[in-house]
Structure formats: structure tokens, C-alpha cells
Design a protein around this ligand. Structure first.
Ligand code: 6PG
Length: 234
């Protein structure tokens, strides 16, 4: 696994670097394959950056956007990552593909999301990952479903998970891309802010498969290089 660090001295430069990466991936995929399929992180970090790119001149009608993971809530719920993507990209012309269409038990929600992704152009052109302070990424969290999310076969693209402990910022069950789905992507970005997250990522990457942090165990499996975009705490 290779981490390429792109460190920025300001939030504006950070957003610009992420945008350039995302825009380049979309333009290359559309010019090469006629379409781009991109999974975007949820949480708070991406929103301001995505709002900037949504207003830019890109071939949006040839782009499918989906959350890398989602909370098992209605799309109208403030915790819905797909709802965030619809709010940001609803007028761009891009197709937004929710992973959660109905609130069900997490195993069922995972099975439905996997069935949906079986019909999506594969592999994904890009997965934009975030990371929590606890070292989770996408919705690969500590808990009873951690091993299954990390070791699912290549045929399984999504899985339902019950984080334990439930993350305070979004204390609900989730669906997530599996580690194999993430690892199959043509390109990977990891977009994080703050010194604390940098320290967690560096420790997790060094610990690898034995890490207590899900991100460490994921990175240990990856053969695709990961482009890290990071800006320090201010
Ligand atoms: C989610 C995200 C998750 C997110 C991290 C960081 O649905 O929660 O996909 O993996 O990237 O929790 O979130 P912040 O950017 O809000 O810190």
C-alpha cells in the first residue's frame, strides 16, 4: 500500500487540491470510457469542497455519484449522505445513486445496496474516503461487522454494518462499500483535516493489518495507491 501525502497550508489550497484530483479523474474517465462513476465520502469535510465542484463546468450528465457509505435513514433525514449529494448536485445534471432506499435492518439494507451496486459500472473510477478520529473510514467501523466488511469477497460490493460503539455524530446503522469494493477502484483519495487525524492515519498505516484502527486494516489490503489530501489544524 502506498500513501502519497498532499499537504496544504490553507483550507483554500486544500479544497483546490482535492477539486483538481476529483475533476481530473472525472474528465479522464468520461473521455476514456464515456462515463464516470465516483463514490464520495459522507460526513462534514467534503461538503464545502463538493459545493465548489458542483458549480464547475464538467460533463455531469456522464457522471454517476454515490455515497461511499450511508446511514440507514430516509434520504430526507439530515444524516443521509445521499441526501447531501442530492442537495449539492441536484441541479448539476449528474446522476446521484442512493445506497439506502428504505429503512430496514442493516443486514437487509446491505443486501439491497449490494444488489444495486451489482448493476453499476465497475470498478468505480474513484472512491473518495474520509476518516473519523477513531480511524473508521467509509462506514467500516469497530463492531460486530468489522471483519465481514474487511474480508467480504470481491463479489460483494456493499454490506450493512452496526457500529459498536455507535458514533455520536451519527448514531445509526449503516451500509458501506466493502474493503474489496474500495480496493477495486481505479483511484483512491483519502481526504482528512487536522493534526489529530493525521496522527491516527500515520499510526494506522504503520500498524497495518494488526491495527486497532479500521483504516489501518483496510490500507494493509490495498494495492491501489492512496492519494491523501491533508490540511493541518488551525
Ligand atoms: C460517514 C462518512 C465517514 C466520514 C468520517 C469523517 O458517513 O460518516 O462516510 O466515513 O468520512 O466520519 O467525517 P467528517 O468529515 O465529518 O469528520
Amino acid at each position: 500500500m502506498t500513501l502519497t501525502w498532499n499537504s496544504y497550508a490553507s483550507h483554500d489550497a486544500f479544497a483546490g487540491g482535492v477539486l483538481d484530483d476529483l475533476r481530473g479523474t472525472i474528465e479522464t474517465a468520461v473521455s476514456t470510457n464515456g462515463h464516470a462513476t465516483v463514490a464520495l465520502s459522507g460526513g462534514k469535510t467534503p461538503v464545502a469542497i463538493l459545493e465548489r465542484i458542483a458549480g464547475q463546468a464538467l460533463p455531469w450528465t456522464s457522471v454517476t455519484l454515490l455515497p461511499s457509505d450511508d446511514r440507514i435513514v430516509p434520504i430526507t433525514h439530515p444524516l443521509s449522505n445521499a441526501g447531501m449529494l442530492v442537495r449539492v448536485f441536484g441541479r448539476s445534471g449528474a446522476r446521484v445513486l442512493p445506497l439506502v432506499s428504505e429503512v430496514t435492518a442493516c443486514a437487509e439494507a446491505g443486501a439491497r445496496a449490494d444488489a444495486l451496486l451489482q448493476r453499476v459500472d465497475w470498478p468505480l473510477d474513484l472512491v473518495w474516503l474520509g476518516m473519523g478520529a477513531d480511524g473508521h473510514t467509509a462506514s467500516i467501523f469497530p463492531g460486530p461487522d468489522l471483519a465481514a466488511a474487511l474480508t467480504a469477497p470481491a463479489s460483494q460490493r456493499a454490506i450493512g454494518v452496526h457500529p459498536d460503539p455507535l458514533p455520536p455524530e451519527a448514531p445509526v446503522d449503516r451500509v458501506t462499500l466493502t474493503a474489496s469494493a474500495i480496493g477495486a477502484a481505479r483511484r483512491l483519495m483519502l481526504v482528512i483535516e487536522g493534526d489529530a487525524k493525521r496522527a491516527v492515519l500515520e499510526r494506522a498505516a504503520a500498524e497495518g493489518a494488526a491495527s486497532q484502527y479500521p483504516i489501518g486494516r483496510l490500507l494493509a489490503q490495498l494495492t491501489t495507491p492512496v492519494n491523501v489530501h491533508w490540511v493541518g489544524s488551525f
